[in-house]
Design a protein around this ligand. Structure first.
Ligand code: SF4
Length: 359
C-alpha cells in the first residue's frame, strides 16, 4: 500500500489498517505520522509481528498499554486459513488456502537436504499468462493477491511447521509475480527486511515467465530478491507455441532485459528450462541454449515436464535431463537437474491451480 493511501485511509476512519499490509518502514511512518508515536515504535511492532510471529496486539506485552489500545483502535491483523493439506510420499505438502472472498489458492512446502524447507508462494488467483504447460494458465486470471494475502501465506505455513524453520521462499505458485508488481515488491521488502521476516534476499526467489520491462524495473528499483526466468525454449517459433508472453517479448527482447538485470544488480540469474519430449530436448536445442546464454552469469535448472490431465505435452526420459546437464557443464555452464517434488499430489511445478469463487 502506498504511504499516501494508508495515511488517508486512517484519516477517514472508515477502514482499519491491516498491519500485515505494511513494511516495517511503513509501519514506523504510520505510528509516527498517524498515531503520533515517537520514531522506532512502529519498528518495534514490526519486529513483534514479523520476527516474533506475535499476531495479537495484546500479546505484544512489552509495548505500553496506551500504545496497544491505540493500535487496536486503528489496526487489524488478518489471517489466512488453510482449508486442506495433502502430503506427498516425498514429504512435500500442498496447502489449499481459503481467501476471504471465496477464492482459493495453493502453496507448497518442500523439504530439502540439510534441513532446508522451501515455501512456494502464489501471487495471483489464476494467471493471465496462459503458458501451455501450466494448469494455472488454463484457468485465466481472477485477481491479484493483496500484500496481506502474500504475507499470510508465510504465516499460515509457519503455523504448521512446528519447530522447523522455513529457510527459502519462492514466488513460483499460481500467478505471474511481475504482473502484480507493487504487492509483490512490498511483500519482498517485508520478507527480506531485518525488522521484517528477515530472510536473506538470496533465499527469496521471484520466478517470471519473461515480462521484459518489469525485469528491468526490478533492477532499476533495487528490489532485493533472486531472479529466476522460465525460459523453456531456444527459438521464438518454439516459445510462441508454449508461452504466449513470447509474442509480446520475444527471446531477443527477454535476453536483453535479463542481461540488463545482471549488469545492473551484479547478480546471477537462474534460468529454468523445462524439457518437453520432442519439442525442446534435442541435441541442437542444447547447442542453441548455450548460444543464447553465452557469457550470461547464470545457473541453469533443468526440469522434466510434469503432465496434468488435458495437457498436450509429454515428459521425456530422465536421461534427457542428464544429457542436457552434462552437455552444459562440459561446456563451462553451471547446470543442475531439479527433481520435481510432490508429483503424486499434483504439487509439482505447473500442477498448481487456483479456484475462483465462481467455480
Ligand atoms: Fe502463469 Fe507461471 Fe503458469 Fe505461466 S507458468 S501460466 S506465468 S502461473
Amino acid at each position: 500500500m502506498s504511504q499516501n493511501n494508508f495515511f488517508s485511509m486512517n484519516r477517514s476512519s472508515d477502514m482499519m489498517i491491516d498491519l500485515k499490509s505494511l513494511t516495517p518502514r511503513e509501519m514506523d511512518l504510520f505510528c509516527t505520522r498517524t498515531l503520533g508515536q515517537r520514531a522506532g515504535q512502529g519498528t518495534r511492532v514490526a519486529v513483534r509481528l514479523y520476527r516474533k510471529k506475535i499476531e495479537d496486539i495484546d500479546s505484544m506485552a512489552d509495548l505500553n498499554k496506551p500504545f496497544r489500545d491505540q493500535l487496536k483502535r486503528a489496526c487489524t491483523i488478518s489471517a489466512l486459513a488453510i482449508k486442506q493439506r495433502s502430503t506427498s510420499d516425498d514429504g512435500t505438502q500442498k496447502l489449499l488456502y481459503q481467501l476471504d472472498d471465496g477464492n482459493t489458492i495453493e502453496g507448497v512446502l518442500i523439504p530439502g537436504p540439510g534441513g532446508r524447507l522451501t515455501l512456494c508462494v502464489s501471487s495471483q488467483v489464476g494467471c493471465a499468462s496462459g503458458c501451455g504447460f501450466c494448469l494455472t494458465g488454463s484457468s485465466g486470471l481472477v485477481r491479484n493477491l493483496t500484500v496481506s494475502e502474500l504475507v499470510n501465506q508465510v504465516f499460515a505455513a509457519w503455523s504448521i511447521v512446528g519447530d522447523k524453520t522455513i529457510s527459502n521462499i519462492v514466488l513460483m505458485g499460481t500467478g505471474e509475480p511481475l504482473s502484480n508488481y507493487e504487492a509483490v515488491r512490498t511483500f519482498i521488502e517485508i520478507a527480506t527486511d531485518r525488522n521484517g521476516m528477515g530472510f536473506s534476499p538470496r533465499k527469496v526467489t521471484l520466478s517470471t515467465c519473461g515480462l521484459a520491462p518489469m525485469i528491468e524495473k526490478l533492477a532499476d528499483d533495487g528490489v532485493e530478491v533472486s531472479l529466476a526466468v522460465s525460459l523453456n525454449a531456444v527459438t521464438d517459433e518454439m516459445r510462441d507455441t508454449m508461452m504466449p508472453v513470447n509474442k509480446t517479448y520475444p527471446l531477443a527482447r527477454l535476453m536483453q532485459a535479463v542481461r540488463y538485470y545482471c549488469d545492473k544488480t551484479g547478480r546471477t540469474v537462474t534460468i529454468e528450462y523445462v524439457l518437453f519430449k520432442g519439442i525442446n530436448d534435442s541435441t541442437n536445442d542444447v547447442k542453441l541454449l548455450m548460444e543464447l546464454l553465452k557469457d550470461l552469469p547464470c545457473m541453469i535448472n533443468i526440469l522434466l515436464f510434469n503432465p496434468f490431465p488435458g495437457s498436450s505435452f509429454d515428459r521425456p526420459d530422465e536421461q534427457r535431463a542428464f544429457f542436457f546437464r552434462d552437455t552444459l557443464v562440459n561446456n563451462g555452464y553451471v547446470a543442475v537437474v531439479r527433481n520435481s517434488r510432490g508429483r503424486d499430489i499434483h504439487a509439482a511445478c505447473g500442477q498448481l491451480r487456483a479456484a475462483s469463487s465462481r467455480d
